[in-house]
Design a protein around this ligand. Structure first.
Ligand code: NAD
Length: 284
């Protein structure tokens, strides 16, 4: 029987419904959650991502503002923008759309955003908090993956999980979050010899490499949950993931599509973190 497809777009819509209730409740305390997006340069894909995030904010009642800096912006200009947003009480969450132009070091951002506004969960403080087992904001993509596993009723505790990819944005926090939930986690990457030897052990397989169709059916255990984080633009084929969807679906127990899987859940988790940041100001 083909794998059950976990519909990330539908789950994101459900999440929006619950977030709308929370923004309405915050409104009764005169708080409107606010998200500021900083975009440097005019990368067309980044523009689309930011526009989608702003649209989602409007849907759930989150104030949103875009700060566009030109491609040649200096580190000082970027830091000054972040400093202003750190101090702006209307802004509960700050997002810097990656990638940055080559002359700007993403570590600048990781150090400069106030941890209590770092709704992407990528600042040094928040990644450190995640490592220590006391997360402040969980990074949006891995948080979305865990939400999808939970929604599908896939148990994590005691299972074998394999994460392919070791970036600070996806692979590493994903591994930590699965470990925190009781999985035995293996992290594979571009230097791993014989990837399939690892992936075939996985009850939960998360692919986050940016390599179209890297994960083929022979690399997947029968009945596994296969989560495809990859977003790859392939000439003439539109967007595909890291998983060879149709053949893998015949082997896996659960699978996420691309598009319509992890992507929409990443945006939903960004909004969830922003609403959570606003709720925390009431308790401060
Ligand atoms: P990255 O380039 O920073 O990291 C890629 C990782 O994959 C590296 O750790 C590398 O070692 C590993 N890798 C590359 N080739 C490999 C191979 N042949 N075998 C095993 N491992 C290999 O990328 P990233 O930022 O982690 O993103 C990964 C993918 O996820 C990209 O396609 C990106 O567009 C996508 N992404 C999607 C979302 C979403 O919301 N769905 C969010 C973030 C990233």
């Amino acid at each position: 029987m083909p794998a059950h497809v976990i519909d990330g777009a539908a789950l994101a819509r459900d999440t929006y419904g619950r977030l709308k209730e929370r923004t309405a409740s915050l409104g009764r305390s005169n708080v409107r959650p606010g998200l500021a997006a900083v975009l440097v340069g005019d990368n067309p894909a980044s523009r689309i991502y930011v526009r989608n995030k702003m649209r989602a904010c409007n849907e759930v009642g989150v104030h949103n503002e875009e700060h566009l800096l030109d491609a040649g912006a200096t580190p000082e200009t970027l830091l000054a923008t972040l400093d202003k947003l750190n101090r702006d009480p209307r802004v509960h969450g700050i997002l810097v759309q990656l990638p940055l132009p080559a002359h700007l070091d993403p570590e600048l951002v990781a150090k400069a955003i106030a941890p209590e506004k770092d709704v992407d969960g990528l600042s040094w403080v928040n990644l450190g908090a995640l490592v220590s087992g006391r997360p402040v904001f969980e990074p949006c993509t891995p948080r979305g993956v865990v939400a999808m596993l939970d929604h599908a009723g896939i148990s994590i505790d005691g299972r074998e999980a394999v994460v392919v990819g070791r970036s600070a944005i996806v692979g590493k926090p994903m591994a930590l979050m699965l470990m925190a939930r009781g999985a035995t986690v293996t992290v594979c990457h571009s230097r791993t010899p014989d990837l399939g030897q690892h992936t075939r052990r996985a009850d939960i397989l998360v692919a986050a490499t940016g390599r179209p169709r890297l994960i083929t059916a022979d690399m997947v255990k029968v009945g596994a949950a296969v989560i495809d984080v990859g977003i790859n633009r392939v000439e003439g084929k539109g967007i595909t993931g890291d998983v060879d969807f149709a053949p893998v679906r015949e082997v896996a127990g659960w699978i996420t599509p691309v598009p319509g899987g992890v992507g929409p859940m990443t945006v939903a988790m960004l909004l969830a973190n922003t609403v959570q940041a606003a709720e925390r100001t009431l308790r401060a």
